[in-house]
Write a protein that binds this ligand. Sequence first.
Ligand SMILES: Nc1ncnc2c1ncn2[C@@H]1O[C@H](COP(=O)(O)OP(=O)(O)OP(=O)(O)O)[C@@H](O)[C@H]1O
Length: 288
Amino acid sequence: MSTPSTQQQHEDNQPNPRVSGCVLDARKDTEMPLLSVKDLAVSLGGREVLRDIELDIFEGEFIGLIGPNGAGKTTLLRAILGLLPAHGEISIAGATQVRARRHAVGYVPQRHEFAWEFPISVHDCVLNARGIGSRGWWKPQRKEDYAAVAAALDRVRLKDLDNRPIAELSGGQRQRVLVARALVNTPKLLLLDEPFSGLDMPSAELLVELFQSLATEGTAIVMSTHNLGEAMDACSRLVLLNRELKAVGTPAQLHTPSVWMETFAVSAHSPLLRTVGISPLAEREEAC
Ligand SMILES: Nc1ncnc2c1ncn2[C@@H]1O[C@H](COP(=O)(O)OP(=O)(O)OP(=O)(O)O)[C@@H](O)[C@H]1O
């Protein structure tokens, strides 16, 4: 497990980001990546959605996956999970076969993809992610399953609601149920698809703190998000994606307007730059 100090050491060693399909990866010589993606390409409906994706992600990293609508963020997460046909090589904790890869992964889909009307309690919804259904609902609950569900609900601060039907939960509570489902098998890699979407600030902050603690404990996290400010503040590295990798680096290394302009196809005057802490060209010119 990596400690905060080793994580900081890795960040300090990162070279400058390279743009257009290249991967920033200073750990290559010393450490095995937890997630390795090589030469990945995905086509959907006869159209190429992702190409030339090369990415190494290490334990304890909190990666922000950033790009405009339709950039392929969800597609990349699903390809890593093996939910989509893809060309290229993906390995997670050394496993390349889809079944083996999934053992190491917890996945939080977008909230609207889940069947919230299903008549089930919070507890059973999380328990279900332990694979209990395939063992038979009629069998007594195993002690370790019960403990795992309790621990996951405790982590997302939902223990008090464990008997509540999931249909009666608020959006923020539902998001936390999805995170608990992903955590209940103590994954090495957590894939999060827009976990802050529709959340108020305190709910988003609670999740950010949880993700940062998990990363400190050694979990590798890849999170797609449109919340650029939150990603700049919270993530240890960012992956800028638009059908191909545009740049990979720490937030400090991505303080260059051109990488954001290229990824989002915006001008040097775009307010988007301000969101990521770069003053738009107009303001910079005025200041000169
Ligand atoms: N099943 C599908 N069949 C055909 N095309 C698809 C399919 N699913 C996604 N796409 C296309 O793939 C591209 C990438 O979609 P994806 O959902 O991965 O983007 P995204 O970056 O997650 O977008 P958003 O930020 O809007 O959620 C889009 O152009 C989308 O229309």
